[in-house]
Design a binder for this molecule. Structure first.
Ligand SMILES: Cc1ncc(COP(=O)(O)O)c(C=O)c1O
Length: 427
């Protein structure tokens, strides 16, 4: 459920704010996030676990906007981070260090030292060289680093090969047997304090069975480690729960997910943690865009004609379709009246790449220059991956709360963009 819907006047609003009013005030393209949706998604996820009260470490990479992080942090969320920048964002948004998890396959020595200095709750170590580097840095600082070992259970899942992380040939984590060896090594190190194991097998997962298989393997690993006399207090089961993007079967609900987890960990005395990203923020955001024009290319000998809906949003603002063939529902901001004819469009942006195509042959109500559309479910991995490619200004972000809205990342000016660079002295 989200809070983007057509009102009685036929105009799409986010909570109490007509989206066209935001487009007018801020310009397009622009991301718009709904506080009520963020709150709802977080509380549904949290409440699904009832008395277990796991650490819900929001995966900041999904949407690192400070106001989004703060909205979730106020509800008690922690943060799953993968860089010094993300740790800094989480802290700046008000997430206490003791609720920050630091993951990632290639943490630099500087980043590890920073994480120790600010006292994150746990560093999820993904390889033997990282374990050695961290042990050395912690020893130099005279501290013990609290760690979990990230396990790669060799079970793949997720909505696309590029977001599946749990197979043995992916770069993430160590094998089950490696995890056992590294855990024991860490327990013998004066500068490491292994407290748990972690896994994350992929993103946009719409079938619970690979997750259940992976979680059962994680439980078995906890039991093996404990049988060896090693203390294991925490089990971090990652993120990955999928959301409805309209072209896929409905993903399992957080309640079904939590029930499955409950069955897997039944009787195991352990503190649970999760790293949900997409499931908290995807449906809490839309990308608004305006039609620049419709470009009709008539059929020529042997070819098909095309009808291009050229928008002012492009792949630099929302790269998911180009990168993962991702589907986003596209809706006009004015509800089409019953019986409005639909046309097939190739929906494209102005960037000079054929890949700057959001979708082909999408049937949409007839649209023309100046009309506004919303890319639905764009709150996760949307603005987070935006760039200035083609020297387009970084897309702004707006947060709605009831009848109020705030620009939480303004659109930079061209002067801002140019001022970030320096001409080489010899030019
Ligand atoms: C380690 C880790 N945790 C959590 C997540 C969040 O995944 P999702 O947004 O699918 O919940 C990711 C995403 O790639 C990840 O790599």
């Amino acid at each position: 459920m989200n809070h983007f819907d057509y009102g009685p006047d036929g105009r799409m609003a986010c909570e109490g704010v007509p989206l066209a009013a935001i487009a007018e005030a801020v310009g397009t393209p622009v991301y718009v996030y709904s506080t009520a949706t963020l709150v709802r998604h977080y509380t549904v996820f949290r409440d699904a676990f009832g008395a277990r009260r796991p650490l819900i470490a929001y995966a900041v990479k999904a949407n690192p906007n400070l106001s989004v992080i703060r909205t979730l942090a106020r509800l008690g969320a922690g943060a799953d981070t993968v860089s010094e920048g993300e740790i800094r964002r989480a802290l700046a948004a008000g997430v206490p260090a003791e609720r920050i998890v630091f993951s990632g396959v290639g943490k630099t020595a500087r980043e590890l030292a920073f994480a120790l200095d600010v006292g994150v709750s746990e560093i999820n170590v993904e390889s033997e060289p990282e374990l050695e580097t961290l042990a050395r840095i912690a020893a130099d600082k005279g501290v013990r680093a609290t760690i979990a070992i990230r396990v790669n259970p060799d079970i793949g899942a997720g909505g696309h090969a590029k977001i599946s992380t749990g197979k043995a040939d992916s770069k993430f984590g160590v094998s089950m047997s490696e995890a056992e060896r590294l855990y024991a090594n860490a327990a013998n190190s004066a500068s490491l304090d292994p407290v748990g194991i972690a896994c994350h097998i992929g993103s946009q997962i719409t079938d619970l069975s690979p997750m259940e298989q992976a979680f059962r393997a994680m439980r078995a690993l906890v039991e093996r480690l404990r049988a060896e006399g090693l203390a294991v207090q925490r089990l971090d089961l990652g993120g990955g729960l999928g959301v409805p993007y309209f072209d896929q079967p409905d993903p399992p609900s957080p309640a079904a997910f939590a029930a499955m987890v409950g069955r897997v960990v039944d009787g195991l005395d352990i503190a649970l943690a999760f790293e949900p990203g997409r499931v908290l923020v995807a449906n809490a955001g839309v990308l608004l865009s305006r039609v620049i024009h419709v470009h009709e290319r008539p059929a020529e000998a042997g070819g098909e004609g095309r009808r291009f809906l050229v928008l002012d949003a492009a792949m630099n603002d929302l790269i998911r379709p180009a990168m993962y063939d991702a589907f986003h529902d596209i809706r006009p901001l004015v509800r089409p009246s019953a019986g409005t004819s639909e046309l097939a469009y190739d929906v494209v942006g102005p960037v000079c790449e054929t890949g700057d195509t959001f979708t082909r042959n999408r049937r949409l109500p007839e649209l023309g220059s100046g009309d506004l559309v919303a890319f639905m479910s764009a709150g996760a991995y949307g603005s987070a991956m935006a760039s200035e490619y083609n020297s387009r200004l970084l897309v702004p972000e707006v947060l709605v709360d009831g009848a109020d809205f705030a620009v939480v990342r303004p659109r930079p000016t061209y002067e801002d963009m140019l001022a970030r660079e320096r001409l080489a002295a010899w030019l």
